[in-house]
Design a protein around this ligand. Sequence first.
Ligand SMILES: [Zn+2]
Length: 564
Amino acid sequence: MKPIDTAPALIPAFKDLTGQIRFVEKEGKIWLGQQRMLLLQLSALSAVRREMIESIGVERAKGFFLRLGYKSGLRDAELARKLRPDASALEMFYAGPQLHSLKGMAKVRPLEIRIDQESGAFYADLEWENSFEVESCRAEGLHSDQPVCWTLLGYAISFTSFFLGRQILFKEVSCRGRGDAQCRIVGKPVGEWEDAEDFLRYFRNDPIIDELQLLQEQVANMRQRLQEQAGLFYGVGRSGVYRKTCSLIDKVALGNASVLLLGETGVGKEIIARSLHLRSERAGGPFVALNCAAIPPDLIEAELFGVEKGAYTGAQQSRMGRFERANGGTLFLDEVVELTPRAQASLLRVLQERELERVGDSQTRQVDVRVVAATHEDLLKAVGEGRFRADLYYRLNVYPVHIPALRERREDIPLLIEHFLEKMHASYRKKTLGLSDQALETCLGYDWPGNIRELENLIERGVIITEPNRSIEVEALFPHFQVEPQGIGLASDGCLAERSAGVEDDCIERLLDQGIGLDSIEDALIHGALRRSGQNVSEAARLLGMTRPALAYRLKRRGDARDR
Ligand SMILES: [Zn+2]
């Protein structure tokens, strides 16, 4: 067994280490053995240190610099073994402190060192003079109440651990950086420290990105909630027709009048109903929505009014219906025309008497609910056909509000697109460049039978399909639909711009009225196609649905005609 070395002993000469340093000017490289080194101003590193502390906080910055030192110590342990193969363990170990001094990081003064490589016993007590990190902090005016020699410490830990082949932990027990008289470190095997685990976590990578993403998500959720509460969605739209609808809702919001929302499917009735709720005195109460068309007819009463245990097979326990859940708030009933006759009768009773009975129950319960109903069907027609009770119709139709279809408010399409893009970018955590000009133009010309819901679905699909930082092309939005050229410039309202359906009748009437001949139309079409294709004849021919030779022929004919 080797004797235990004890310091202070004879410190080996530096020469073997300094001899490893080579400045190779013509290559622009500095070498220490096989490692490429850098001469970097301390002031630059100091500024980075301050910036890191300010941007990610002391604890994370500390981890970063500890790991920086750790990686450097690892390399030097390798070098030490190679340079002093025949030396004693202590002499070999000294290469670490000496390299530290050589690199200008600190002058290491051993106070006590005990090494026994066989048993793995280790104890070191070292002093650092002129620590570069203490100077760094002073130069940047960084005050600390804990030790600051992080890089030096990380180096000592990894150098010693790899040198000995077992985990050694150092701690800086006093530091000039926090006002002590000297910087001193003590090193022992990790098992001999009680709080080792607390300290070792600094050596694990600590990706800040997860935390940032989590926070980002929370902010997005909060923002969405705030926007919903402020009724921002209701505010997406500047067109006259839409503002008129909103002002009708504003007028009826306070009070308890039943409101009937009319309009095509997908125009945003539920959002309007929610906005109405948020503007009413009931804003603090619940908002409950039910699509009557989505519930099987034989279950609709239980869904609306609740059910008592044993009322029918499958009713294994009593539960509240939507009316009771909406007590003190607002109940939104979409597709109200779908209610069964019995459900219609019960609904009428709740509206008139403000009371209900659960299915299979004889107890009468009081409820205070404001009903906002909606339908895309003509309710009066349903009354005429005997599908809807007339008395219920009049009760619901106190304040009808028509919500315009998207094609009636085309000027709002760009705003809605922006709104949905923002939403989808957030939820898919990717950013596109938005719609290409052609995609936007196609959206503006499209009729949107599914209205805002259709637009939202399309934008979602576009964001999913499109690569980050690319524009959403028309094909990403309308995959099944042949995009034909639009706006060929004959009429300012684009009457010829309709899709494959062809030229509209009234447009033809107008052209005939204006005495525009076939030749002029052909000229204008060809001219437009060439303009769009950048004078590329093949591409223009494709736009016009003809072969290149056919177009070339016509072009030649036009040229000849002009020449004559
Ligand atoms: Zn220190």
